[in-house]
Design a protein around this ligand. Sequence first.
Ligand code: 13P
Ligand code: SF4
Length: 300
Amino acid sequence: MISEEIKRLKEEKDVVILAHYYVDGEVQENADLVGDSYFLAKKATEVTQKNILFCGVSFMGESAKILNPEKRVIMADDLADCPMAHMAEPERIKEVREKYPDVAVVCYVNSTAELKAMSDVCVTSSNAVKVVKGLPNKHIFFIPDEHLGRFVAEKLPEKEFIFNDGFCHVHTSIHKEELLKAKELHPEALVLTHPECKEEILALSDFIGSTSEIISYATESDTKEFLICTEMGVFFELEQKNPGKKFYSVGHRQFCPNMKRITLDKVKEALEKLEPEIHMEEELRQRAKKPLARMLELAE
Ligand code: 13P
Ligand code: SF4
């Protein structure tokens, strides 16, 4: 059985497997730790194994490497990349810094190490409001995701936000018409939404939060039916934790093709070879570490 082989290799090679909620359920089942982006970044600094195998997209593995240079960080598939992570221009960051000398460049962790290195602080969807609220700066340039930026701005009217036009193609492909139809079909269902969705979806939602916050909300709720506005991978944990409850998707495009590149065969192969490993220039790592470390401090 492949699961037994994975377990054996993990122990033999001193590897911990970290996985995001968007990878396939069978991959989640074989991971040591599964969680949202914040949980995974934090756990990466606490694990004791010599090697970390990441089942997720490249920015997640990069964050683990940035925070743990002494560990070998391996990706289950190094072509699994988040398009949004590249959606900000270094030139634009420089322009905004010149125009607003007091600005804080706030970088969603769904970003490349290069973008992090140009930023003042990182955030994830579960800590963004708390972290930005704790900054002394009035002007906030939020990169790369416009939608999460607008969600945070709405909660912090005392700040002045400058937005960037990055987006997640999975979350923005959930449309209002589809959600309205789904609400008609399931009138008792609560709508649980990730803040990477468009404003029109957030406006129709009962709860907005990160993947793990959505899972906790559904698990603690007395309601029995939910419409889920995020990537389908969360259904695995939602159903495991809530056998008596029903979860519905809204459209057919709630599917991140990059997260779904991760398969059990690739996990096994990565364990056998301890490859593909993440390498990063030390100078870039040092610069990218500052905003990530500041996030971990401010989010506590
Ligand atoms: P969270 O797990 O932090 O909610 O992030 C969602 C996401 O899109 C990760 O790619
Ligand atoms: Fe990137 Fe969106 Fe996929 Fe998350 S769901 S990894 S933000 S493309």
